[in-house]
Design a protein around this ligand. Sequence first.
Ligand code: SAH
Ligand code: SF4
Length: 366
Amino acid sequence: MNKASIYGLTFEQLTAWLLEHEHRKFRASQVWDWLYRKRVTDFAEMIDVNKECIQLLEEHFVIQTLTEHVKQESADGTIKFLFKLKDGNLIETVLMRQKYGLAVCVTTQVGCNIGCSFCASGLIKKSRDLTSGEIVEQIMKAQQHLDQAQQDERVSHVVVMGIGEPFDNFKNLVDFLQVIKDQKGLAIGAKRITVSTSGLPDKIIEFTDADLQVNLAISLHAPNDKLRTQIMVINRAFPIERLMKAVDYYLEKTNRRIMFEYILLKDVNDRKEHALELAELIRDKQNLCSVNLIPYNPVDEHSQYQRSEQESILAFYDTLKKQDINCTVRLEHGADIDAACGQLRSKQIKKQSEDDISDQDRFALG
Ligand code: SAH
Ligand code: SF4
């Protein structure tokens, strides 16, 4: 039997499961305390949980499913993990030191089906969704890395901006968010969690109705349909007008702000006219939104795109500011270690296949 990850269960799900198996309710609190406060990696270490319960848990669940494949540390303290899943697939997780705390960027899928033309993750079709347990475990691995240094540091922020489209793995995403927000566990505040989506309108509405209180970021990247479709093929199915209707629904229902992400691609979407058009597009919600300008991290396979010049980035920023649009430029983390979305993974996979090819060459020659 392929055992499930215990991290995948919300507190309520674990409580119900234990009751179903004739164990008392308070065991769930004990188990969660061991998992998320003491952060053990073996059921046998849960010494105040009775033997029968430990045995039952061992029969049905595992704690660890990820193994560390590569770990890169950059000069600015950013750590990039490449984890191997039970089925051999590789995923990326990044731990970033920010001014405001320690943020972890998690992956939600193996590959991504949205296929944005600038993105390293989109190069590899989605082979499967991650389970909620696999997503939670990425945070636990980053936290355990911090625990080892014994500096009493805690992961304080989470961004769902790694490989994959989180809204294409909706149920597992929601369970993951419930687990990490829970006061009885990691207790990461909803306001310190941000989910980024390429903009699937129906899912934005479902997300709004789920009332999770976490922040939402939309990868907009262009101010009009023609350009957005050129950069993000998903825009053909869900054009800007439909996307903005869902955004308006979110803004009305949640009373929360929204962030638009905008990658600056040299001579593609980074001119003054684009900034002005963007300002007009979001004018009606300018008090409820901000724009996060992202310097593009070049991807070898997408050589048609280059990073905008620093001057263009600043000019774009100034134009938006003059139009009274809230705006920030994303600071880069770990620029020296392939920290952009999907890059370490795609390089690793390429390296493996190059090794495979050179083996084949040797066979062919030999
Ligand atoms: N699939 C979701 C979340 C993961 S991508 C989404 O698209 O929103 C997270 C963010 O990283 C997105 O805004 C995405 O456009 C951006 N991104 C992807 N590749 C990048 C690159 N090479 N350089 C800079 N940002 C990139
Ligand atoms: Fe997928 Fe996001 Fe990359 Fe687009 S930018 S291919 S949605 S991971």
